[in-house]
Design a protein around this ligand. Structure first.
Ligand SMILES: Cc1cc2nc3c(=O)[nH]c(=O)nc-3n(C[C@H](O)[C@H](O)[C@H](O)COP(=O)(O)OP(=O)(O)OC[C@H]3O[C@@H](n4cnc5c(N)ncnc54)[C@H](O)[C@@H]3O)c2cc1C
Ligand code: FES
Length: 248
């Protein structure tokens, strides 16, 4: 884990809700694995005081990119930064996804849950996995790639409906070994319910509200089953990726 203040080297505004910012740092990039995250805060921005967690969206040589959705003050502040303005970064943090070799894999993302799964896809490709990627959003603004199976609630792009509508059908027609997912809670609950019927492995990346991000405050605790008993785990340190079947 490193703490560094870095200038933004690239910025892409996708639409009025989403943008991508990129930094260059060899050590941070070298140590970052799919599913890990960084805490980010604009250097000159006083409020909010706590830096916010963002998953690594893309890694290319020593470049690290973050796909960010504007939801409140911190994300709005970050969206207003320009190239060369400086950001404080802490990371990489968290455990990251377990990557198996040569498996048939289904990725299911919802909304900004796409961010860690985009980086995961690169890791899975390198490990010779056969990948199918489903992504769902409310409308065309929540879609970041056209080369995957898309579902939107209003049907403005891809198929009309929820991303989980296609998952059950797909799993019943294809022998899938591992499912990776990240997205809103309702979506994760439904993915878990469906996967239980097909006995696939299931990895879920959780996006709880965080304070310290390094395991000190318990602000991100979730209930997970361990040896048949519910225990609390810290999303920032024990996660954010968990065995999906163990999350209570
Ligand atoms: C491990 C992890 C990885 C993440 N990766 C990304 C990412 O790659 N890209 C991205 O855009 N966001 C990501 N998030 C979510 C991001 O951290 C929050 O959107 C951000 O902290 C909001 O800060 P804010 O000050 O703009 O909004 P706030 O003012 O803090 O919140 C605005 C609204 O969003 C809600 N909210 C805040 N945080 C979350 C959350 N984590 N989950 C659900 N609702 C929330 C609040 O309850 C409030 O209603 C991730 C979160 C975690 C824990
Ligand atoms: S955010 Fe403090 S322990 Fe996880």
């Amino acid at each position: 884990m490193f703490y560094k203040v870095l200038p933004i080297v690239e910025k892409e505004v996708i639409n009025n809700k989403y943008f991508i910012i990129t930094f260059t740092n060899f050590e941070m990039a070298e140590q970052s694995c799919p599913g890990q995250f960084f805490k980010l805060k604009g250097l000159e921005q006083e409020f909010p005081i706590l830096p916010r967690p963002f998953s690594v969206f893309k890694k290319e040589d020593s470049k690290l990119s973050f796909l960010i959705k504007v939801v409140g003050t911190a994300t709005k502040n970050l969206s207003q930064l320009k190239i060369e303005e400086r950001v404080a970064l802490l990371g990489p943090l968290g455990n990251g996804f377990q990557i198996h070799n040569g498996k048939k894999v289904l990725i299911v993302s919802g909304g900004i849950g796409y961010a860690p799964l985009n980086f995961l896809r690169d890791g899975l490709n390198k490990a010779d996995n056969e990948i199918t990627f489903f992504h769902g959003g409310k409308n065309a603004n929540d879609v970041f790639s056209k080369n995957i199976r898309i579902y939107t609630e209003d049907g403005s792009i891809g198929e009309k409906g929820l991303v989980t509508d296609g998952v059950e059908e797909f799993l019943s027609q294809n022998q899938i070994d591992v499912v990776y997912t990240c997205g809103p809670e309702n979506m994760l609950r439904k993915v878990k319910e469906i996967c239980e019927g097909f006995k696939t492995k299931l990895y879920m990346s959780m996006e709880t509200v965080m304070a310290c991000g390094i395991g000190s405050c318990c602000g991100c605790a979730i209930k997970v089953e361990e040896n048949g008993k519910p225990v609390y785990k810290k999303v920032c340190k024990d996660g954010p990726v968990f065995d999906g079947y163990k999350i209570v």
